[in-house]
Design a protein around this ligand. Structure first.
Ligand code: SF4
Length: 316
């Protein structure tokens, strides 16, 4: 069941508070046993969504691993995710809007130190453009506080790395923005959306991502998450979805089919373009045959980590 929520009128009373055919061509290389458990190719929600949207986009990102210079909007999303993680590390009483705003500049300094190339988006470290950009991030944080009161929440984890292997052998891997667990054991998966693309375009992708996490957590913990919650900070709206076990079983089969299709394409290099409105957001249009370009020669299936996500993936 999907529920749309607007800004919160006050503290919430949710239970988490206080708290195809078989291929016969060349087999793929097999990782060494020592690597198998932690680094073998896996399916992540971002890369699975890429393949569903456009197999060639998946190839460019996961196989060719072509660099994608971030946009300011992507960087802002990474920054806001970082601030929200730091906010929940504070004592509950300190989780106020002003405190969150105070965390912005140091969090940006930390990100800039970790990835100095990101600062190239702002020529002149102290430029008015940085100030304006930090101001737009502060607005997203203000929108967050209109949706919930973090003083009333005690998440089990933020930016949680999750990984599980399905019975079919498909390895699923990703990062959950926030995991709330009620004293009764009920689980809520929370994802913050800060992207610049229209929400209507991203909504199906976001729900795919949330079901992905629901399957991983269900398999890891034996409990179907009670709620999947998407918080859209650009427009101050939230979506809440309640999955059920039968749906997650069907979704598991979908993930297995996607992974098998990826492996088939990986063996042959046949990653076809699938043009759509989303091409407007594709960083690799110049190399795409659907837009007059020529892709680089297929480099072969990568080992390992075809499914890794970057911090920018996680902050869309
Ligand atoms: S431009 Fe469109 S069709 Fe081409 S790779 Fe990107 S998403 Fe796929």
């Amino acid at each position: 069941m999907l529920d749309r929520e607007g800004p919160a009128a006050g503290p919430t009373a949710e239970p988490t508070e206080t708290a195809e055919p078989t291929d016969t061509t060349t087999p793929l290389p097999t990782p060494e046993p020592a690597e198998r458990a932690v680094r073998r190719p896996a399916l992540s929600p971002s890369r699975a969504a890429d393949f569903k949207q456009c197999p060639l986009l998946y190839r460019f990102r996961a196989v060719d691993r072509l660099p994608e210079p971030p946009t300011r909007a992507q960087l802002r999303g990474t920054l806001v995710h970082s601030v929200l993680e730091k906010l929940f590390a504070l004592p509950a009483a300190e989780r106020m809007p002003e405190r969150a705003r105070d965390l912005l500049a140091p969090a940006w300094a930390e990100l800039a130190e970790q990835s100095p190339e990101w600062t190239e988006l702002f020529p002149g470290a102290e430029s008015a453009e940085v100030t304006e950009w930090l101001g737009s991030a502060a607005e997203l944080l203000d929108a967050y506080f209109r949706l919930e009161d973090p003083r009333r929440l005690e998440p089990e984890a933020c930016e949680l790395h999750v990984e599980t292997e399905l019975g079919s052998g498909v390895l699923l891997r990703g990062y959950v923005d926030r995991l709330d667990v009620a004293p009764t054991g009920e689980i809520r998966v929370v994802d913050y959306k800060t992207g610049a693309a229209p929400r209507a375009i991203g909504e199906a992708k976001a729900m795919f991502q949330m079901k992905f996490y629901a399957v991983v957590l269900w398999r890891l913990r034996g409990v179907v998450p009670r709620q999947l919650k998407l918080m859209y900070l650009t427009d101050g709206q939230a979506l809440a979805y309640t999955p059920d076990e039968a749906e997650l079983r069907r979704f598991e089969r979908t993930l297995e089919a996607i992974w098998q299709a990826i492996l088939r394409a990986g063996r042959t290099g046949d990653f076809r373009p699938s043009p759509s409105r989303l091409c407007d957001w594709c960083a690799h249009r110049a190399l795409c045959p659907s837009h007059g370009g020529t892709p680089p020669e297929y480099p072969g299936w990568p080992e390992p980590d075809a499914g890794e996500e970057s911090p920018l993936d996680r902050a869309d």
